[in-house]
Structures are given as structure tokens and as C-alpha cells.
Design a protein around this ligand. Sequence first.
Ligand code: CP
Length: 303
Amino acid sequence: MIKRDFLSLLDFSSDELKYVIERAKALRQQHERGEVYQPLVGKTGALILTMSSTRTRVAFEAGFSQMGASVIFLSPGDTQIGRGEPLEDLARVLSEMVDIIMIRTPDQADIETLAHYATVPVINAMSSLLHPCQLLADIQAFEEHRGSIEGKTVTFLGDGYNMCHSYINAAKQWNFDLRFSCPDSHQPDADILASGKNVERVLDPREAVEGAHLVVTDVWSSMGHEGEEGDRRAIFEPYQVNESLLDLADPSALFMHCLPAHRGEEVSETLLDDPRSVVFHEAGNRLHSQKALVEFLLLGRHA
Ligand code: CP
């Protein structure tokens, strides 16, 4: 089998992404029925996180365990990664020992270097540019609640950063309409936007939400922007998602956030508990969609 990487949603065809989502839905149902499914007995993964994580780490660690595989967590402080071992060497060493590598690190170029030198699949577990694993969970969650996302209207509010970029890629791959509303000072990356399809900037966040089937936001200060919180709060305040803003969306609208959320900032104090919020189901899907992704990369189309 030819090695494949998942560094961006654009690394897979639209058909492959849809297959992974269908598998993720099936794996969630299987898990909820309490069925044991261990197609990866004897396989090992390496999970490199140079930035904090709760959901991504637990989803990979629990997922590997549930599928009969093992995963080794590598933090920079406990390994030679933190002492500057070149990624080119790390990729080749890990490829001798494990079957797949997951990496979260700020610079997308570092993930691409690792993938280039690795002879086993590499998964982007988040960079400052992209968060493709999160989008698998989000699309799965939307479709589990509302059916196909194709042709629907999705609104992203807030920082034109990795989540916004991933939604731009997703709009192309799943053929939905994306409206984004971000302050002038925090627009998405121009190249990602230029490669997008079905994407429209809407200046007024209220107008952007009107009639939307899914409303999404993310924190105003992502990892790497520590110390900018005060300035950012003033800039992003008009983009807070609250119940009255969500009332402008379609009556069937859902709300999603990749979490962790800052109540009282990008979301109102109570929004996560609103019936339209599916953030905890969405978070749970990190487990099932990452299992489906790993299964696809290691076994191909399966079951
Ligand atoms: N959404 C997300 O990636 O969560 P973690 O940072 O906790 O992994």
C-alpha cells in the first residue's frame, strides 16, 4: 500500500473524505453498542505534541487502545525533539519503529518536512495553519444531526486562523457555502482563501449568520498568541456568538466550537448549554473520526 499523509483536508479526495466520515459514523455506533473492534492489533503509533492538547491526545490514545494498537506519546521535554534533533532524522528513526506518526506543532512546514522524510503515514494533529482532524469531527457531527452538509450554509465568525482555514478547505471538499466574518486585522491566509471554493467574506457578523445552518467560532487568542488577549478582546467583541445572534440563523441551525472555549469571550456564558450547541458531541467525534482516519491510512477502505 502506498503511504498517504493527512496534513490538510486537500490531501484526500472529496470521495475519500466522505468515506472516512461514513466510517466514523459507523465506528461511533459500534462503540455505543459496546462492540469490540480491533483491526490494528500489533500496530504502533507515535504521537508528537509540542503544544498542549486534551481532545486530540485523548482521542488518539483512546482510539489506538480501542483498535488494539499502541501509541507512544512523545513530548519535547522528555525526548531528543526538545534538544533539536532534526525532523529529517526523527522521521526516519520513527519510521523504523512505528506504523504511523501524529504531530501537533505550530509550523505547517515542519509537519510537511516530517512527512516528506517519513516512510509511514503522518497526520497533522494541528498547526497554526490548519486543523484538519477537527473538521472530520465537525462534519461528522453536523451530518449525524442534520444529514448531508452539501449545499448547506456554514458561517465562521472570529479569527481567520487555523479553524477558519480548515473550514475554507472543507467548503471545497464537501461542497457547502461558507461565509466568514473576521476583523480586517485577522483575515484568513490569502493563499488558502484564493484556493477556496464556495467562500464569501461578509463584513457584518449578523448578516453572516442570517439563515446559516451551522455557526462556528474559535477562541480569540489561539495557542501562540499568549499576551495578546487584551488587544484581541477589543477587536473581536462584535464577533461573539450568543443566543440572540444565533436566533438570526436558520431555525435548524447548530452551533459548534472546537474547544476549549472561553465563556464570556467568543461565546456567551450560556451558549454551550443552548439546545442548538452540539459541542460535546462534536468533541466526542474526535475519537471516532480519528479512529476512522487511522484505519483508512493503515488499512485502506475497510469493513
Ligand atoms: N480542539 C482541539 O484540538 O482540542 P485540544 O487542543 O484539546 O486537542
